[in-house]
Write a protein of this length. Sequence first.
Length: 650
Amino acid sequence: MTVAVNPSSLRVLIIDDSPFDTELVIRELNSCFITHFRRVDTAEEMLDALASATWDIVISDYVMPSFSGLNAIALLRKEGYTTPLIVVSGKIEDEAAVETMRAGANDYILKDNLARLVPAIRRELEESEVRRQKKKVEDELRKLSHAVEQSPVSIIITDQNGTIEYVNPKFTQVTGYGVDEAVGQTPRILKSGKMPDSEYRRLWETITSGREWHGDIINKKKNGDLFWERASISAIKDAEGVITHFVGVKEDISEQRRTELAHKQAMNQLRQAQKMEAIGQLAGGIAHDFNNLLTVINGYSTMLLHEMPVDDPFRSEVNEILKAGERAADLTHQLLAFSRRQMLEPKVININHLVRNMEKMLKRLIRENIVMHASLYEQLGVVKVDPGQVEQIIMNLLVNARDALGNGGIITIETADVYLDKTFVNENPGAVEGNYVMLAVHDNGEGMTEETRRKIFEPFFTTKGQGKGTGLGLATVYGIVKQSGGYIQVASELGQWTSFRVYFPRVDSEAWQEETVTSHEGPKGNETILVIEDEIGVLNLTAHTLKRNGYEVLQASSPSEASRIFSTNHHRIDLVLSDVIMPEKNGPALVREFREKLPDLKILFMSGYTDDTISSPQIIDEHAAFINKPFTPDVLVERVRDVLEGRLNM
């Protein structure tokens, strides 16, 4: 390599005690260079000169009174300078010359042969430049090597046939393969089998054509674990443009993928919840109007049956009307449970007691080729729920499990105290951290596909044959659980098993006590009752029923009419029987006005529908109770008697 040296400038540090000899050297140098120099003859002066300027060459005498060429060489190298040093001496023995070169001098020249000085300097400047360039390249390679070795992403280099020649430490950390295990293999050692072969062919065709490939790959580690990588793979070409190697730069994006998947699932669940809420609002609204009609149909059917002789030829027809009305009432009850618009009657209960009381009945629901086990945690906590609704959950889940066991199998009802932690809540959107009582129903039946599992809580969705299911069973369960402040989780393996786990918030165990049943006399009475109902059919039926049982009835078909009647008759009204949802003003708001005059006024609310603005704690207190529509005349008069006599059996 030939390096052009600027002939007009040369910076020289001269170490010599003789100004005369220095002048001879400078005269020789000035024949080819414009020389800038400084002369020193001690170690201190030499250090000062090195620190204060940059020198192209150092020229030193061999022997000086207080310093020497060997001292100069040692000092120069000790301080880390790579500047070439040439020894110029008047006379030097061969042994001294050898010692000088071994010490690190680049050359030695006798003073009587200074003609060699300029060529020697030119040679040393060229070689110095070569060394500098080489060091620069080595430094760059060292930096590149450190960057590759310490890279936070995997780097893999193969030959043109795809055989691995190099992997960095991150590759071994991510994949579990050591360098010796990877080198000599091909990237196929990471093949997971989860990607189509066509994708690998497209990758190979892309990079062998000289283009860069970008994409996400699911690979397999040495221990068998799957992981996602985002890779960029490109060709390395020689000076002629021929591909000699391939280099892949890959980042582990498994955590990012998990986050994206969790977000996608959360968004799907949000959309599902929004859809269910919309359907629920529609179902609740329909059930409200339908329950008013059923109250009239079932009420008058019951009254007709009470009045008809046993041998009346039309008695069976009326009975069929009542049966159809009761089935319709059950259907609207399911719609309200799904839509979370029903009025709950919560009590503090132990679910174990509920399961044990139902066990005989539940066994009658299953076939002989099915075995039912109850695995109940003996120290189970208590929950505040509507017992009837929990019974409905158990029955629906049991029937669902039974139908999944076409060829027989095992159903297990399980209870346990559990704590839902942050991990569970993060993985199950909608769940809330805290203490719960778990009620689970497991079966080893046919299981479900992922698509079926996503739809099972939708109303009217069923996998059963036509006429074998309404598709409201699990929708009802979902609605009851949500309205009770709980969470439901389903897991299934197609062809193997299904598990439903229902979590109810656990309450203070000291709040629990056994229920007692109080007997009472018949429901006849003579009190005055104000009935408020905007549905005329229900109003007439209710008034007629109460009058037949001895009560004096004041009727109002609107809140404004009820206010007028109450203002003039409040002194003799013993009970207000009011619908909850009405035009102008809802029942609870109207009753609050009445209680400004009569704080202890007894109230019985009736409704086939509730919403979030009229929740149970707002309308039920020590002087108030609730009755669900549709109700029969017998149930109505019994509940009226309960309220009047203070037996609020909620």
